[in-house]
Design a protein around this ligand. Structure first.
Ligand code: KIV
Ligand code: ZN
Length: 513
């Protein structure tokens, strides 16, 4: 029987620590549902003590998710652990993940604590966490640069205190695979009762080695990998979930392990994260990049046509790539539309939501003859906005752009139900439209990112626009999709403004983790 490899997803916690990748509570719930559907074992839903918003998101996820363990991060202090314990209370299965730094540089310069004090604090933290759950994970932050004797000492102590998972993070992405594997092997060999716990890895990608280091540690005995969708995460990111899972699955001769992951949910998860955070996936990214299964050279194409496995080690459909097939057209009815959504695993919460999405589908089908699955995903993600989240709504937009003239835009918005008109000139049609919107809204927000991505091929493709705005320590991402890039941009900008308008406090205790 193959041993189980626990997949611990930290997209909602470490992933969200990527600059600008913050998500609203609703977005986090959507991501958590997708992770549950993909069957990840553990979802690290956030860092409860970081902000009231984080706390509420973890609590909401703990309520909504039944088939994955819900975890909150906590520093090794009583307040953090209490917040984490309260946040995961509604979960069917909940975990507290507590950590303290163990490298000489972190203990001396950051914590200003002696090694003895660090061990004492770690042991106390397990005691506090046990009031809430038996499922406790302990991480030795910066383990990659810690002394092995000290790691053995602290791990022995926390296992005795009740920790069930021991995580060995390469916090700064410093490790090299063979050394990291040797550290893991020695820890498992030397720490008393090491067979009573699950050993875990958590690697950052500063040297581009996060996946390699994680897999090397797995070969040395680790049975949990902490990873994120698309490798999102602090600085250069974390180990990419899709790469870890597909390596284990594609090379059973090397890894005699199994995961629970439904790999056909990988590409939908990747697209969802990219859309919500505004972090595009590079085309040549392994598994989830647009070119991951594209064969350009004639020799390769010929080989694949003769026998797929000549140049393909995985099947595109096994990781959730659809055939880009024509699914619906302008004559398709509501039932066909609804059943295609069901086939795609998209559940709209009410009949009104289906009707609204269907109306937008009809509008789109008038302008675009071929509607692909990707179009449906974009269309439906626009529908997730509820009326109370739509303080600003686009009613009308007009833009005039001609050679040698400054583009000029006019917009009419509904602002809290009241119609308001605005106009402005700008460097281009999108710039003019944003300025026209601002002439009404006066948001004072700073634009940090504007990106456009064609959802499918062809000049009638929908453009999917992401706009990132920041104001008073809050960062939000807005999305909009339309065959008209200016309208998609206006929608995306208003979506971000609406999020700023209704966002609760999102001030993060960044720098502490
Ligand atoms: O990188 C790191 O060390 C972490 C810990 C909190 C696990 O994210
Ligand atoms: Zn990390």
């Amino acid at each position: 029987m193959k041993q189980h490899l626990v997949i611990f997803d930290t997209t909602l916690r470490d992933g969200e620590q990527s600059p600008g990748a913050s998500m609203t509570r609703e977005e986090k719930i959507r991501v958590a549902r997708q992770l549950e559907k993909m069957r990840v074992d553990v979802i690290e839903a956030g860092f409860a003590a970081a902000s009231p918003g984080d706390f509420e998101s973890i609590q909401a996820i703990a309520q909504a998710i039944k088939d994955s363990t819900i975890c909150s991060l906590a520093r090794a202090n009583e307040n953090d652990i209490n917040r984490a314990g309260e946040a995961i209370k509604p979960a069917k299965s909940g975990r507290i993940h507590t950590f303290i730094a163990t490298s000489p540089i972190h203990m001396e310069k950051k914590l200003r604590m002696s090694p003895d004090q660090v061990v004492e604090q770690a042991v106390k933290s397990i005691g506090w966490a046990r009031q809430y759950t038996d499922d406790i994970e302990f991480s030795a932050e910066d383990a990659g640069r810690s002394e092995i004797d000290f790691l053995c000492r602290i791990f022995e102590a926390v296992i005795k205190a009740g920790a069930r998972t021991i995580n060995v993070p390469d916090t700064v992405g410093y490790a090299i695979p063979f050394q990291y594997a040797e550290t893991m092997r020695q820890l498992i060999e030397r720490v008393p009762n090491s067979d009573k716990v699950i050993w875990s890895v958590h690697c950052h990608n500063d040297l581009g080695l996060a996946v390699s280091n994680s897999l090397a540690a797995v070969l040395a005995g680790a049975r949990q990998v902490e990873c994120t969708i698309n490798g999102l995460g602090e600085r250069a990111g974390n180990a990419a979930l899709e790469e870890i899972v597909m390596a284990v699955r594609t090379r059973p001769d090397v890894f005699e392990l199994e995961t629970r992951i439904d790999t056909t949910q990988i590409v939908p998860a990747s697209k969802l994260i990219s859309q919500i955070t505004g972090y595009p996936v590079q085309p040549n990214k392994a598994v989830v990049g647009a070119n991951a299964f594209a064969h350009e050279s004639g020799i390769h194409q010929d080989g694949v046509l003769k026998h797929r496995e000549t140049y393909e080690i995985m099947r595109a459909q096994d990781v959730g790539w659809s055939q880009n097939k024509l699914v619906l057209g302008k004559h398709s009815g509501r039932n066909a539309f609804k059943s295609r959504l069901q086939e795609l695993g998209i559940e709209l919460e009410s009949d009104e939501a289906v009707n609204a999405a269907f109306a937008r589908f009809k509008e789109l089908a008038d302008r675009k003859h071929e509607i692909f699955d990707e179009d449906l995903h974009a269309l439906v993600s626009d529908e997730v906005v509820t009326p109370d989240q739509e303080h600003y709504k686009l009613l009308y937009s007009h833009v005039c752009s001609e050679t040698g003239e400054m583009p000029h835009a006019k917009v009419i918005l509904s602002v809290g139900g009241v119609e308001q008109k605005g106009e402005a000139g700008g460097g281009g049609p999108v710039d003019a439209t944003f300025k026209a919107i601002e002439s009404i809204v006066n948001s004072g927000a700073e634009l940090m990112l504007y990106s456009v991505n064609a959802i499918t091929t062809g000049t009638d493709a929908q453009g999917e626009v992401t706009t990132r705005l920041t104001k008073a320590d809050r960062v939000v991402n807005g999305n909009g999709a339309d065959t008209d890039i200016v309208i998609a941009s206006a929608r995306s900008y208003l979506n971000a403004l609406n999020k700023l308008h209704c966002s609760l406090d999102k001030v993060k205790a960044q720098g502490d983790v």
